[in-house]
Write a protein that binds this ligand. Structure first.
Ligand SMILES: NC(=O)c1ccc[n+]([C@@H]2O[C@H](COP(=O)([O-])OP(=O)(O)OC[C@H]3O[C@@H](n4cnc5c(N)ncnc54)[C@H](OP(=O)(O)O)[C@@H]3O)[C@@H](O)[C@H]2O)c1
Length: 290
């Protein structure tokens, strides 16, 4: 019998890709969306049904978890993320879910690590305690962050800003994270493991700007900004202090070069090389052009 796989956060960067790729497999796919309107185009994919979920409200999760075999557990990077994830894990346990693949983050197991990693580790430990078999995916920063957070200033001014200096980062394409998730969700070979996922190369933001410039035919420049300027910009977007502090701590790690390690886990798990930044820039070119 076909298994049913629930993907939470299904309209997000990783969830949406996972749904697309799962729809090509011999499984039933349930897309857990925050808003049915945003999930409208997922309905057109073969074998995909769409269900509304509000992670902060346990009562809303009932339908989503009915007859689910496996879950790709994706939660948003927000102040309440740990609590949301725990609510989802409790529901999974109650409903007899047989496997959880958790989207975590690189460095979740580092000690003492950084706040972002510690939040993810708390969720991982909760899954371990639940007794549900699991695999943890611990990706580096996403290439698609440039689309989600920097495309506005790139389109308008040809510039993007961050307090990361010349630190190199092994950014990964979310399509590769989704490909790993799909392999793990549809096989039995990965139980109890944690995979650190990166792209194929570590690049500085200057190097990324120069690739973006070549691919788009526009002059695109990276601007290194002081931490305080970044703090003000995030506060102006009404981000809570806990999240601002966690982001600044992460940027400090980038700047110091601690996120430049590359792994070959994408190729090992999927059998395919991960996207290069140049491929990403080419595929998302239109997002960076006025
Ligand atoms: N970005 C990075 O570089 C990076 C690196 C490593 C790990 N991560 C981890 O990746 C995870 C985020 O994944 P992502 O970037 O794919 O997510 P995302 O693009 O931010 O999408 C989050 C998804 O969750 C949904 N959502 C938000 N609040 C909800 C709620 N209260 N109830 C139900 N659904 C809700 C959103 O729907 P709406 O948009 O409709 O609200 C959206 O579908 C985080 O745990 C983050 O720490 C990120």
């Amino acid at each position: 019998m076909q298994e049913t796989i629930l993907v939470t956060g299904a309209t997000g960067s990783v969830g949406r890709e996972a749904i697309k790729q799962l729809s090509m497999q011999d499984v039933k796919v349930r897309a857990g969306v925050h808003s049915i309107i945003k999930g409208e185009n997922l309905k057109r994919l073969p074998g995909v049904d769409v269900v509304e979920m509000e992670f902060t409200n346990p009562d809303s999760l009932h339908a989503a978890f009915t007859h689910v075999d496996r879950v790709f557990l994706v939660t948003p990077f927000t102040e309440g993320e740990v609590e949301m994830a725990k609510i989802l894990i409790d529901e999974a346990k109650k409903r007899g879910v047989k496997y959880i693949v958790r989207l975590s983050a690189m460095g979740a197991d580092a000690e003492p690590g950084i706040q972002l990693g510690r939040w993810h580790r708390e969720v991982e430990a909760y899954i371990e305690k639940s007794g549900i078999p699991y695999t943890f995916l611990r990706p580096a920063g996403f290439m698609q962050n440039l689309v989600n957070y920097n495309a506005g200033s790139i389109v308008e001014e040809g510039k993007f800003y961050s307090p990361v200096g010349q630190g190199k980062v092994g950014f990964i394409d979310t399509r590769d994270i989704a490909a790993v998730a799909v392999e793990v969700l549809t096989s039995e070979r990965h139980e109890g493991l944690a995979y650190e996922l990166t792209g194929p190369e570590a690049l500085s933001h200057d190097e990324m700007a120069s690739i973006l410039s070549e691919v788009t035919g526009r002059q695109i420049t990276f601007v290194d900004v002081p931490e305080e300027a970044a703090r003000k910009a995030m506060a102006a977007q009404n981000m809570p202090d806990s999240i601002i502090n966690a982001m600044l701590e992460l940027y400090g790690i980038y700047k110091a070069g601690y996120s430049s390690r590359i792994t070959d886990m994408v190729a090992q798990v999927t059998g395919r090389a991960p996207h290069t930044f140049r491929q990403f820039a080419h595929d998302y070119r239109e997002c960076f052009i006025p």
